[in-house]
Design a protein around this ligand. Structure first.
Ligand SMILES: [Cu+2]
Length: 155
């Protein structure tokens, strides 16, 4: 009889252990922020077919871990790269590709004329005011974000 009770207890305890493990796993997945990176006000300058243009937007990191922008992509143009503008010695403004940009927790980075931008070279068709340009930003943690930039002029 005693042995029988023992087995019953082992059975019960293992059930409890299983339920406990299950709820712990669920609690863990709930604490991972689903959308810690958001992109606002994405816009792109108009361009004729085969021309070059640039996309601007604001990246917000609402999470509590840093994230890193590692790539920009689009199937609407030949080449898409993340760029920064910089002051050249001869007083002119140059621009160059950047491999990664870290967005700290609870902070924003604005891509704007004269600063960071997504360079778009050789667009496949005309883009006029009111059109939309599809592109993708790739983050280390947040992964690929599919986005649309509204075609607008500066001002
Ligand atoms: Cu550029």
């Amino acid at each position: 009889m005693r042995k029988h009770i023992c087995l019953k207890w082992i059975f019960l305890l293992s059930i409890i252990a299983l339920i406990d493990a299950g709820s712990k796993a669920q609690a863990q997945s709930n604490t991972v922020p689903k959308k810690q990176i958001t992109i606002n006000n994405a816009w792109i300058r108009p361009s004729v077919k085969d021309g070059n243009t640039a996309i601007y937007f604001t990246i917000s990191n609402t999470g509590d871990k840093p994230d890193t922008l590692i790539d920009a992509q689009s199937n609407r143009a030949e080449i898409v790269e993340v760029h920064e503008s910089y002051q050249m010695p001869n007083d002119r403004i140059g621009m160059r590709q950047v491999k990664s940009i870290v967005i700290n927790p609870k902070s924003k980075i604005e891509f704007k004329p004269g600063g960071y931008h997504v360079m778009v070279l050789g667009v496949y068709k005309d883009y006029k005011i009111g059109d939309e340009f599809n592109f993708v930003l790739v983050f280390k943690r947040a992964g690929k974000l599919k986005l649309q930039a509204a075609v607008k002029d500066l001002n």
